[in-house]
Structure formats: structure tokens, C-alpha cells
Ligand binder design. Structure first.
Ligand code: C2O
Ligand code: CU
Ligand code: CU
Length: 457
């Protein structure tokens, strides 16, 4: 519904059986019966309200990733929407029960006073975010604005939102979580299961395995989200004549770049977004282009395919894009913080993923920042950790002590730290006061403690 005050959506979180693998009915947890959830379109500065009703068997929390959202609607991990009849069983504490009395629904309000960007909404319940996203609780939310409109970028059926997410299935076609191989412990040499995160062997794009999409010989805008729990991809577009088509990056997590950046391939970590232009114009009708994953092996080396089915009109790629990117100078920083993202032993002796040696505790203040302050954060990682800040976008100042990489351009909300790497980011904490978060967006790492409070005062 749309009124003078804004737009309003009502989404019912419910279970459905959907055919993802041919001939199988897979039980999903969905926003409104579909996976990915319904795509929401908002205009910059136009208030969007989303009423979420919980008909799932578990408590939920909704977070709009990349949104500059007042804390009450940001989806703090203990701000639960309880399902009908939830009585606190299943490992729930008494305190949670008292705090959230039978609230079967919750209204989230989004001012969206921010640049045009591809945001996404997903579950954020404490300790259970990864399995909830895995079962289907994720959707795309676009913010549009005049800056973007003025560029005349490919639109309509030439703008393709692509949520890439790997999943594993059991012999009955049900989602397997944790997935296929419990020994996938990755780089760290640690033997506890799933420490590296949960990987699947089926690559879904918008909920379909390895889809084929028909295109014409025109320019297309790919809005790519890595909605995977833990899988990293390096995407390239390989035509059947052996050529790699250039991927022209025009935007990042938080909207348009200043100018396009041409890549042969782009790395994309969980939660990151890429706004890419791809030109099928040099290909003959009948050509096929594989969107491939250089980091995959076997079936995970493929993502999807484009098939050129007709001639289309040529549109030029703009030479310049947005001039509203914030530039913050290091010398203006009120605070410089060092934060370490590493595995470690928790009090009970188990391995956890920790920030500065500590697992997430909703009761402990971690970082307190003043509204309006510019800060530099120096982040260091042991293995791959895509680090995400709520509320703000940031710029990447350096990586591994050197210049940022070409794909680090623009305004980000997630920075993919590579093994052993450090990075510096700079941001200004504007927007709202209140309790927010920063965390690793490997969803299993997040559930295993790699999250901390960000209090804006
Ligand atoms: Cu995509 Cu704290 O989230
Ligand atoms: Cu977020
Ligand atoms: Cu991590």
C-alpha cells in the first residue's frame, strides 16, 4: 500500500514446500511464501513500513542489511518476533520470554534516507541466524534515487537482481543443515565441525539451481548479492567462444561508484553486493555465456548461464556515475580503533569466533561511538572474515598496508578480509543513536560469537 506518508508492506513469515530440485518438494522458511522474499522497492527518503507476521515455528528477527535504520527497527538479535504458542522451550531463556510477550508480529520502519543501493533483508536471531537464512529467510530491498535515474542505466527486464546462495540437500530433497561435509574446516586446521561455515554443493540463483536466463544483444545490469552463509565466489562471464566478457562495476554495497571500473572477474564474499554492467552486444544470437565461479570446483564452479536469443539495442556505458560519494579524511578521525577477528577458545573450552578475544554478549558494551564522529577502524583477520557494520557505509582506506584493490571502490558496508590480512576503513557515524552491531557475515561465524555491540551515543 502507498500513501502520502510512505509505502507499507505486510509480509507473513511462513513455511512452504517449493520445488527447487526437479521432482522434490523442499520445506522452506519464507517471507510471504517465496524464496527469495518479495523484492521491495523504495525511493530514497520515502518512509517504508514493513509489518512482519511470524507464522514460523521459531522466533525471528528481521534486519535490513545496508539500511540506515533507527535502532528500534534494525533487528537487534534479541528483539524477537515470537510465533504463536512459543513458550520458551528450545533453549530459550526466561528473560527473553518476559521481554517479548506473545508479539506475533512487528512493524519495522525504514526512513531510507540514503543513496540508491541494493539492500537485503534477512533473519538476525541471536545464535540462529545462519540456519534461518539457510532455510530461506532472505530477500532484496532496492532503494532508488534521482542520481541513479539520471544515468539511464538498463532497467526493467535488463536489470537482473541475482541472489547467489549455495545450499545442500538430503536424499529427500530437504535442505541439509549443517550440510554435506562436516570436515570442511578450511584454512584454520581446526577439527571442530563447521568452524569454517556451512557450504552447499548446489548453487542457487534467486532460489533456482544453475538457472539459464535469456537475454538479447544489449547491455544488462546485474545486481548481484552473495546471500550464501559462508561461500566466497570469484565471478567471471565466459562466452562459448572462449572469451571472458568484461564485468563493468558501477556500484558497490552502498550504491554507485564515481566512475565505472572494468574487471575480468570479481570476488564476492557473503553479504557483499556488486552492481555490474555486462554487454552481450558482440555475441551472435545463439551464443551462451557462463557466469562461472573461479573459486569453485566441480558443480560449484558454475553459477548460471545467459543465452542470447535475439538482437537488442546498444546502450552506451556512462563514463561517470555518481558525484555524491562521501570522502572522509583520515586526519578528521576522532578515534582510531584496532579490532582483531580471530578464532579462540571460549570459557567452556570450545572453539568460537571472537572479536578481540570475546564472543558476542548482548549485555556488554563493546564499541561506543559518538553520533557525527569520523572514525578509522583497523581490522585484522586470521582467516577469511567478511566484516559488516550496521547503520553506516564506509570507505576502504587500505588493505594489507597497501592501496585498496580495484573492487574496494565506492561505499561499502561489508569488507572481505582475506586470511592474515589487515584493512583500514573510515566512516562517519551519522543517522541515529542507539544500539547497533558489527560482525562477521560468515553466518556461522556470526552465530559462533563473532559479533559485537556498536553503541552510538
Ligand atoms: Cu546482513 Cu547484521 O547483517
Ligand atoms: Cu546489516
Ligand atoms: Cu568470519
Amino acid at each position: 500500500a502507498s500513501t502520502a506518508d510512505g509505502d507499507r508492506y505486510e509480509l507473513v513469515q511462513r513455511e512452504v514446500d517449493a520445488e527447487i530440485l526437479p521432482g522434490f518438494a523442499t520445506r522452506l522458511w519464507t517471507y510471504d511464501g517465496v524464496f527469495p522474499g518479495p523484492t521491495i522497492e523504495s525511493r530514497r527518503g520515502r518512509h517504508t513500513t514493513v509489518l512482519h507476521r511470524n507464522e514460523l515455528p521459531v522466533p525471528t528477527v528481521v534486519h535490513l542489511h545496508g539500511g540506515r535504520t533507527p535502532a528500534a527497527s534494525d533487528g537487534y538479535p534479541t528483539d524477537l518476533v515470537l510465533p504463536d504458542g512459543w513458550n520458551g522451550h528450545g533453549g530459550h531463556s526466561m528473560a527473553d520470554d518476559r521481554a517479548a510477550v506473545a508479539n506475533l508480529q512487528r512493524e519495522y520502519g525504514f526512513p531510507l534516507d540514503q543513496r540508491a543501493a541494493m539492500l537485503w533483508y534477512h533473519d538476525h536471531r541471536m545464535d540462529f541466524t545462519a540456519p534461518a537464512i539457510w532455510r530461506g529467510l532472505a530477500g532484496i530491498h532496492f532503494v532508488r534515487d534521482d542520481v541513479e535515474d539520471a544515468l539511464g542505466l538498463p532497467a526493467g527486464d535488463r536489470e537482473l537482481p541475482l541472489m547467489i546462495a549455495d545450499r545442500a540437500f538430503d536424499a529427500d530433497g530437504q535442505l541439509a543443515y549443517p550440510s554435506v561435509d562436516p570436515t570442511l574446516t578450511g584454512e584454520h586446521g581446526v577439527t571442530e565441525p563447521y568452524l569454517a561455515g556451512v557450504l552447499g554443493d548446489v548453487v542457487l540463483v534467486n532460489g533456482a539451481p544453475w538457472p539459464v536466463h535469456e537475454v538479447d544483444t544489449g547491455l544488462y545490469r546485474l545486481r548481484i548479492l552473495n546471500g550464501s552463509n559462508a561461500r566466497h565466489y570469484e565471478l567471471e562471464a565466459l562466452a562459448d567462444d572462449g572469451r571472458a566478457l568484461p564485468l563493468v562495476q558501477i556500484g558497490s554495497d552502498q550504491g554507485l561508484l564515481a566512475a565505472p571500473v572494468r574487471h575480468r572477474s570479481v570476488p564476492i564474499a557473503p553479504a557483499e553486493r556488486y552492481d555490474l554492467l555486462i554487454d552481450f552486444g558482440d555475441l551472435p544470437v545463439g551464443a551462451e555465456v557462463r557466469l562461472a565461479n573461479r573459486l569453485g570446483t566441480g558443480r560449484t564452479a558454475d553459477v548460471m548461464q545467459f543465452r542470447v536469443v535475439r538482437a537488442g539495442e546498444r546502450t552506451p556505458i556512462p563514463e561517470t556515475l555518481a558525484d555524491d560519494l562521501p570522502e572522509w579524511d583520515r586526519s578528521a578521525a576522532a578515534v582510531v580503533r584496532d579490532l582483531a577477528f580471530r578464532a579462540g577458545r571460549m570459557d567452556d573450552g570450545r572453539h568460537g569466533w571472537l572479536i578481540d578475544g570475546l564472543p558476542f554478549d548482548p549485555a556488554r558494551p563493546d564499541v561506543t561511538a559518538r553520533l557525527g564522529d569520523i572514525e578509522v577502524w583497523r581490522l585484522v583477520a586470521d582467516v577469511h572474515h567478511p566484516i559488516h557494520l550496521h547503520l553506516v557505509g564506509f570507505r576502504i582506506l587500505s588493505r594489507g598496508g597497501a592501496e585498496p584493490l580495484p573492487h574496494d571502490a565506492g561505499l561499502k558496508d561489508t569488507v572481505a578480509l582475506r586470511p592474515g590480512e589487515s584493512a583500514e576503513i573510515i566512516t562517519r557515524f551519522d543517522g541515529y543513536r542507539g544500539r547497533y552491531l558489527f560482525h562477521c557475515h560468515n553466518a556461522e561465524h556470526e552465530d559462533m560469537g563473532m559479533m559485537a555491540n556498536l553503541e552510538i551515543v
